[in-house]
Design a binder for this molecule. Structure first.
Ligand SMILES: [Zn+2]
Length: 59
């Protein structure tokens, strides 16, 4: 199950590494960020949406 859409909806939690995550409703002002909630450690975390190009071109 290496589905990119599934990864988009359920990204790995940066704190506990769980995939039991859920996307919260996006903030209107910050369309480049998505907020997620991890059911594994009950923590909210943000994840940047990539526009197909890397935001960091390797400084
Ligand atoms: Zn977690």
């Amino acid at each position: 199950m290496n589905n990119e859409q599934d990864l988009e909806k359920h990204p790995e939690c940066p704190f506990c590494g769980s995939r039991d995550t859920e996307q919260e409703s996006a903030f209107g002002s910050e369309i480049s960020k998505s907020q997620y909630y991890c059911h594994g450690c009950n923590t909210m975390f943000e994840r940047l949406k990539y526009d197909g190009k890397s935001p960091d071109d390797g400084r």
